[in-house]
Structure formats: C-alpha cells, structure tokens
Ligand binder design. Structure first.
Ligand SMILES: Nc1ncnc2c1ncn2[C@@H]1O[C@H](COP(=O)(O)OP(=O)(O)O)[C@@H](O)[C@H]1O
Ligand SMILES: Cc1cn([C@H]2C[C@H](O)[C@@H](COP(=O)(O)O)O2)c(=O)[nH]c1=O
Length: 222
C-alpha cells in the first residue's frame, strides 16, 4: 500500500535535507521518483538544503494538476514509484487532494515536506490539507531552537529587523542573516527567525531581547 506522508517542522529544521536524503535512499534501491518544489530560496525548479545539497526539481505552480500530470506520464510509459514534494505548504489544498488520489488510485508513495504555519501563526492551506489527509504527519526530530534555548515552534518574519504580523503570506526568505542577506522586498529587508510560542506571542526576537537586556530600565513584558 502506498502512503501520503507529511514531514514538518519550523524553518531550518532540516526538511529539504531530509527530502533530498529520502530521494537518494529510494533512488539508490532502483525506485523511480520525481522531485517537486515551489518557491525554493535558491531559485525556480530546485530543492536546496542549507547543508549544501541541491537537486533539480519540477516547479509547482497553482495550475499544476498532479492527477493529470501523473496519468499523462504513466500513459506515456513512464514508471513512477514515488513523489518527493518540498515546500508543500505552498501547494493548494486541491493539489494535496490530487496527491492523495495519486497515492490511493495509482499506488505511488508521496513524501511531502513543509512548514505548518506562516509568520502570523496561521496554517498554510496546503499544510492544513496535508494534516487532514496524510496517512502520517511526522514532526522532524532535529529541534530548531528559539534564542532562549526552548524548542522553536513558530516562524517569525522581520522587516528591517522588526518582527511583523501583517503582510503578504508568501515572501521567500531565510533565517540566518549573517550567512544569507535578508531579501529586499520593495526596499524592505525581509528575514525570518524561529521562536518558541511565548516569544512569538511577545514579539521578542533575539535582537529585541538583546536590546531589552541592554536598556537601563527593565521593560515590562505584555
Ligand atoms: N553549518 C552547519 N553545520 C551543520 N548543520 C547545519 C549548518 N547550517 C545549517 N545546518 C543544519 O541544516 C539544517 C537546515 O537544513 P534545511 O534542510 O535547509 O532546513 P529546512 O528545509 O527545514 O528549512 C538544520 O538542521 C541545521 O541544523
Ligand atoms: C513563515 C513563512 C515562510 N515563508 C517562506 C520563507 C522560505 O522561503 C520558505 C520556508 O522555507 P524553509 O525551507 O522551511 O526554510 O517559506 C513564507 O513565504 N511565508 C511565511 O509566513
């Protein structure tokens, strides 16, 4: 029986690395797979990991119909044993339904990787549908950490270094401004930081925590 599996974690938890490792392990045993992604940081039609691995992939736009794609490929004689789907939070709910149908009706394993919630702590539609439909949802074991040392559970967005909770849902970016410069969107530097829930609620990024600890007057937490 084929499975629809959703592997999730915050940004920087190792999802793309695991996606590429999963692809490698299955391909090494002679299974035929296809790699998909959407809005990868490194560019269009590629899966990239912060550990340096990169692979070509097929870019998923909202118009892609996974069911039609798969039926067409099989009809043309292709063999497909599995799909690896990175950045699956950006897929539409309909596309996740199509992937579930591919699993059930065509016996193709589908491994999806993605974050659950956006910078506002709201579920991405693709991730929500995956939680609803997947045979298994697994949280990655590698813990991304908040600056306080607790497990990071939420993704914060900063604009010019200040945490924001309003804006476009999709803005490609990275978590480590020292290694990867923030993305300039309309002359605003956009970056991300993973935080525990308490510090996300309080808007307390590492930079703000440093500023507060250096200020002469202790600020009351709200
Ligand atoms: N210099 C480094 N040395 C060791 N591990 C690193 C380094 N930089 C990043 N990582 C690890 O890479 C992983 C992030 O990989 P990636 O697959 O790109 O994450 P995700 O797709 O979840 O955002 C994290 O587990 C992090 O610990
Ligand atoms: C929280 C959040 C993230 N994004 C973007 C930022 C990155 O480009 C990807 C996540 O990639 P990763 O491999 O998990 O690090 O998603 C976004 O567009 N909107 C958000 O709210």
């Amino acid at each position: 029986m084929a499975d629809l599996i959703f592997r999730t974690g915050t940004m920087d938890a190792g999802k793309s690395t695991l996606a590429l490792q999963t692809n490698h392990n299955h391909a090494a045993r002679g299974r035929r797979g296809r790699l998909f992604t959407s809005h990868d940081r490194a560019g269009t039609a590629m899966v990239s990991s912060r550990l340096g691995l990169v692979a070509d992939a097929e870019e998923v736009g909202p118009e892609l119909d996974f069911w039609r794609y798969t039926v067409d490929a099989l009809t043309q004689g292709a063999r497909i044993d599995y799909f690896i789907c990175d950045e699956a939070q950006f897929y539409t709910a309909e596309q996740i339904d199509q992937l579930a149908k591919v699993v059930d009706e065509l016996q193709i394993d589908v491994f999806c990787f993605g974050i659950l919630t956006d910078f506002r702590t709201r579920l991405f539609p693709g991730a929500a549908r995956l939680v609803e439909l997947a045979d298994r949802t697994e949280v990655l074991q590698v813990e991304a950490l908040c600056w306080c040392g607790k497990r990071a559970t939420h993704n914060a967005r900063t604009e010019n270094g200040v945490m924001v909770t309003e804006g476009e849902v999709i803005v490609v970016g990275d978590v480590d401004p020292t290694e990867h410069p923030p993305v300039a969107v309309d002359e605003v530097d956009v970056a991300y930081e993973v935080l525990c829930r308490q510090h996300h609620r309080r808007g307390m990024t590492a930079a703000r925590a440093r500023a507060v600890s250096l200020s002469p007057e202790p600020l009351p937490f709200t």
